[in-house]
Design a protein around this ligand. Structure first.
Ligand code: TAP
Length: 473
């Protein structure tokens, strides 16, 4: 695109570019509502971001200073050198860690910008309308950076997934929040020449970020990631206000608003309350893993041939996929099995739990990739009443989302989380490699029920074997 020189650095032209960028963000975001349009939506939003970046460079004063263009170029090269290979090489199953990491980096960048702004005005004139959003951005950005780092550590299994809680945790959190707010008030009230208070804010908010996420148990991680995402968006919007940058305000608010809505939806799906998350009493009621096998329950192993017979004589088969299907990349094999069963007159449906896998919509994306017709997918609330008339439920690499302890064991860390009630079907076949627990780190009583049989092995191999047996019958 050739832009007449007169337009460059013209405020109206820059504003026009920003409007185009926001429109593309919003249009792109609307594409993320369905797996089929998500990739296109993401590309559209990325074009919007490139336009916003160019508009920022064209803003008067941004490129002033002899070293500034080089520093910006260095940032772009370093960011691209890290970000592009990371995004290209990340495994689908490691996506949540990546989201947590990128989200944390966003929060950290916002906190650093707030610090730079503060140093910029150090000892001079700092208008409240700039200072207050900067302080807000420093607090929330710092919480988001450190909280996301812990979330990354838990998801990457560098840190234990179980809740880590100190005695008096809620009081400590309240104290840290008080330190942040009190320091911010002192600075805003005029003693802002004291850099020490600003560091106090960054450190207290950072420790608060760690303290809020450490006690959160594995199964509740989706909610906290989404909450931290909303925090990063809000802190970016605050930085936009401080820097008088419309692009940052709009983009930050889009992330903040969509993150807040997603947090609310996830919390509802997990039967948790958002205030309980913020208070720190979340997901960590019990530290000890619950053992379903300790009461003498036995496990019944089965074979691909037996499963094929069971499935072929069923009227209704429900497939309940989980994280293990993603690890095994078994979605195409599962689709083949569905076709083989349908060819024998068996009705097949898929049961989709809102937090099955490791990211929102994980199962929908995988099954769409394998061309599973969307009308065969049933959300949890729709499929649960159907389990009582289901002949066989095939649990493929799912564990926590089928765990009846969530309904029956008040002491369980996942108690209260809505589950796929697969135990109400006439028979259950679980495909997994071992008796290992799922993300929440707890045993699953479903595996010991007399109606349950276990087909041990990699999900893709097992499903392929079952399909061959079904076709041979
Ligand atoms: P999980 O409870 O994590 O269980 C997955 C099971 O898959 C494991 O028990 C594992 O058992 C099995 N598995 C792994 N690789 C396999 C393979 N190659 N073949 C066959 N089985 C394999 O999964 P879920 O039921 O989907 O529940 C999701 C959990 O993740 C919930 O606790 C949820 O809160 C949490 N979480 C969700 C999200 C979102 S947004 N979806 C984000 C973060 C965390 P073996 O090792 O014995 O095979």
């Amino acid at each position: 695109m050739i832009v007449p020189a007169v337009f460059l650095q013209d405020e109206n032209f820059v504003d026009l570019l920003y409007i185009v960028a926001f429109s593309l963000f919003i249009y792109g975001l609307s594409g993320l509502t369905g797996p089929r349009t998500a990739v296109r939506g993401n590309k559209i939003a990325a074009v919007g971001m490139a336009i916003a970046f160019i508009a920022t460079l064209l803003t008067r004063g941004v490129l002033s200073g002899s070293s500034t263009p080089w520093l910006i170029a260095l940032g772009v090269v370093l960011g691209a050198a890290v970000g592009i290979p990371a995004a290209l090489n990340v495994r689908m199953t490691a996506m949540p860690q990546m989201v947590a990491l990128f989200n944390g980096v966003g929060g950290g960048a916002v906190a650093l910008i707030a610090w730079v702004e503060y140093r910029h005005h150090f000892g001079g004139d700092f208008a409240l309308k700039v200072e207050i959003p900067s302080l807000f951005a420093a607090i929330v950005g710092s919480i988001s950076f450190w909280g996301s780092s812990i979330a990354f550590g838990k998801l990457q299994e560098i840190l234990p997934g179980r809740p880590i809680k100190l005695p008096g945790q809620s009081l400590i959190n309240a104290g840290l929040l008080l330190v942040c707010v009190a320091s911010a008030v002192v600075l805003a009230a005029g003693t802002h020449s004291q850099l020490l208070f600003f560091f106090g804010i960054l450190v207290a908010a950072g420790v608060l970020g760690l303290m809020v996420v450490l006690p959160i148990g594995g199964a509740d991680m989706p909610v906290v990631i989404s909450l931290l995402n909303a925090f990063t968006g809000l802190s970016a919007a605050a930085t936009g206000i401080a820097l008088n940058n419309t692009a940052l305000i709009v983009a930050g608010m889009i992330v903040g608003a969509s993150g807040s809505i997603l947090t609310n939806l996830m919390a509802k799906a997990m039967n948790r309350s958002v205030p309980a998350i913020v208070a720190g009493g979340f997901g960590g009621a019990v530290d000890a893993p619950v053992s379903a096998g300790s009461d003498g329950g036995t496990v019944r192993a089965t074979s691909a041939q037996d499963v094929a017979i069971q499935l072929s004589f069923a009227r209704l088969v429900v497939i309940a996929p989980g994280y293990g299907m993603a690890v095994a990349q078994a979605q195409h094999a599962v689709r083949e099995l569905e076709r083989a069963l349908e060819a024998k007159g068996v009705e097949v449906k898929y049961a989709i739990h809102p937090v099955a896998g490791r990211m929102p919509g994980h199962m929908n994306v995988l099954l769409a990739e394998a061309d599973v017709p969307y009308d065969l997918l049933r959300e949890m609330d729709d499929i649960n009443p159907e389990f009582s008339r289901t002949d066989v439920t095939l649990v493929i690499g799912a564990n926590d989302v089928t765990n009846p302890a969530a309904k029956n064991e008040p002491g369980s860390p996942i108690y209260g989380m809505p589950i796929l009630e697969v135990d109400r079907s006439a028979a259950v076949v679980v495909l997994k490699r071992s008796m290992a627990s799922g993300f929440a780190g707890i045993d699953n009583p479903l595996f010991y029920e007399p109606k349950t049989s276990m087909l041990f092995g990699d999900a893709k191999t097992s499903v392929t074997e079952v399909t061959s047996e079904v076709q041979a019958l």
